[in-house]
Design a protein around this ligand. Sequence first.
Ligand code: AMP
Length: 258
Amino acid sequence: MAQLEGDQKAQLKGCEARPASQRQVQPHHLVLLGAPGVGKGTQAELLSTRLDACHLSTGDIFRSLKTLSDSERTPTMTRALEYMRRGELVPDEIVLGLVAERGRNLLRSGGGFLLDGFPRTVAQAEALDTALARHNIQLEAVLEYELPIGKIVARLSGRRICPNCQAVYHIEAHPPKVSGICDICGAALYQREDDRPEAVHVRMEVYKKSTAPLIEFYRNEGLLVAISAEGTPEEVFERTILALQQRQDKVAKTMVER
Ligand code: AMP
């Protein structure tokens, strides 16, 4: 995976080096959980700016492998892409290998972070706990975005992406001004391979089997904060900020009472 190291900055969004004096006193360390299509990526982007935290998306890391030429791509990378195309999870050992280097840089930076799409299995969550303990970092909360399945499928199948500036559209809820063309940069929009109906079906099954158990894992750790993902991205964002404030107040109150 060494070839990718130069791309790391592009995949860790919102991580521009800031002088220590400009950083938040208490950096935020958050995990975003939820089925594909609930809008985790959009919320992570919005939160990254508001909370001054790095956004690490494992889905973006895997998608970036597609831009490599055949000679640059290792057999492991090709294998990872095959899993992704089918809508299946990439095996833990590949994910952990890929995240390790980026994760180390993130944990050493002393800034905040938002993990989007990672962890996805209990084994990944355990590996994350071990890495965090090594750096003496505690997760602040795990935000679990909830949406009924019918709405998830509608969101995913109508989603269109700009390959150039990564803007996200929806053919009904947020269509571009000219059908199929990005409003911002004029590139032709595309549908992610794993947003096609057959892959969406697999992704939902995979989510139920592998990722849903994480909800129980984090509930047991006392970290879970459930947030409704209904409505516009701005509404969900305001709900998220409110839920984080309420959690901070609750944690502060518990500390005073001790
Ligand atoms: P996402 O953009 O987060 O929905 O991820 C797109 C695809 O990348 C998933 O359907 C998986 O194939 C793969 N992927 C992303 N993150 C992980 C992860 N933490 N573990 C396993 N596979 C992942």
